[in-house]
Design a protein around this ligand. Structure first.
Ligand code: MLT
Length: 409
């Protein structure tokens, strides 16, 4: 008799965005004429930049010719892409990296999900609350969290509440933790940390020999000065942090899949005897064993993001989404809602009216004005009473959605 991994049984029934999709599909079946506007999952609506499409087509042609055909590539990605990433995303910000510290992957979701494998099951983990559910769910699957309480909080996790009182910014753990997941610009709240604020986390990690798993998937939406785009802009971060990046939201790769993870060679983990081991070597070992790399045409396409044309087109796309963010944020404020985010991030985090539960608000919004968002409670106990809207819709739908909320809610 095959035994189940019982840790899976500790998870909520379905992944947050699958549950939302299920509810929306059911509503759509029962109300086929409903004109539903989806501002729930952060999936993009702008097409791939033409520079990216052209590059991908050429790469596909190369794959069709014996002379230029390529089979297995390096599991950690082609150097033409990792070096281009370094030259464009890091060197201009004063961050020095070598290509073997950049691991190309099929996206930040998989990497943030898989990276925990490198750590022992007895590590103490801190997560913000609310939090992107992948960090928690994957640690539950790995047996690191114990059981959930009635609020859905797992007994062995250290939750760092992000509330209206602290401006949605977590305060440092009051006890020792070994691993800390941080996401800035934040999903779901859309808030950012200043360099000084992020430095406190790096200092904490250095003092406590902890590791920060820093999700920077939304860094290209930062508009304000003094907001770090990379944790490696902070002194000392190379010793204690890894960083996850994504082409999904920036360049329209949600369906194409490409991202990367930076693992500096200085970051160390320790065995029971106290001997240190390089996280970079362990991640390479993991990726070469379990992953066969991102396809060549997709890596060529990702490199094209950094061409002059590519940069221009990506900027237009980001400007488009950030204008949506402004429309949502200001529209909600005019309608009397309390909102966070939407300034340096494509997410707007709003307080539900009259302390309504977030799933209740989800149902109300879907049924009464046919708008789909994401209930804050899906991101954690402190998300209860909040609701997330994304700026990734089309302009037309974004304007219509805010009009509906203003006039009909
Ligand atoms: C979100 O809506 O939070 C994201 O799109 C989910 C993801 O990137 O996996």
């Amino acid at each position: 008799m095959a035994q189940v991994n019982e840790d899976y049984l500790k998870l909520p029934g379905s992944y947050l965005f699958s549950e939302i999709a299920r509810r929306v599909n059911q509503f759509k079946e029962e109300n086929p004429m409903a004109d539903i506007i989806r501002l729930g999952i952060g999936d993009v609506t702008r097409p791939l930049p033409t520079a990216v499409v052209e590059a991908m087509k050429k790469a596909v042609d190369e794959m069709g010719q014996a002379e230029t055909f390529r089979g297995y590539g390096p599991e950690q990605g082609y150097e033409f892409l990792s070096q281009t990433i370094i030259d464009n995303d890091f060197t201009p910000r004063g961050v020095k990296l070598s290509p073997d510290e950049v691991f190309i992957s099929d996206g930040a979701k998989s990497d943030t999900a898989n990276f925990q494998e490198l750590f022992g099951v007895n590590n103490t983990i801190a997560v913000t609350d609310p939090v992107y559910p992948v960090y928690v769910d994957t640690n539950v699957m790995a047996g690191r969290t114990g059981f959930p309480n009635e609020l859905g909080q797992f007994e062995k996790l250290v939750y760092l509440p992000c509330t209206e009182e602290n401006g949605m910014k977590p305060i440092l753990p009051q006890t020792h933790v070994d691993m800390i997941y941080l996401c800035f610009p934040n999903n779901p709240s859309g808030v950012t940390l200043s360099k000084e604020e992020l430095k406190q986390w790096v200092d904490y990690a250095r003092e406590n020999q902890s590791i920060i798993l820093f999700d920077a998937a939304y860094e290209s939406f930062i508009r304000e000065e003094n907001v770090p785009h990379s944790i490696f802009e902070i002194e000392g971060a190379r010793e204690v942090a890894v960083e996850f990046r994504s082409f999904s939201k920036t360049a329209g790769f949600t369906g194409t899949r490409c991202g990367y993870t930076v693992v500096p060679k200085e970051v160390k983990v320790y065995d029971a005897k106290g001997e240190d081991h390089s996280l970079n070597s362990l991640w390479l070992r993991r990726q070469t064993t379990k992953f066969n790399g991102v396809s060549y045409p997709v890596q060529v396409a990702a490199a094209a993001v950094y061409t002059e044309e590519g940069q221009k087109q990506v900027k237009e796309t980001i400007d488009y989404y950030m204008e949506n963010a402004r429309i949502i944020r200001e529209g909600l404020e005019q309608a009397g809602y309390k909102v966070f985010g939407g300034i340096n991030a494509p997410y707007i985090w709003m307080k539900t009216p009259d302390n309504m539960g977030s799933w209740e608000f989800f149902d109300k919004l879907m049924k009464e004005v046919n708008i789909v968002g994401t209930p804050g409670a899906g991101f954690g106990a402190n998300g209860e009473g909040y609701f997330r809207l994304t700026a990734f819709g089309t302009r037309e739908n974004t304007v219509r959605a805010i009009e509906r909320i203003k006039t009909k809610m």
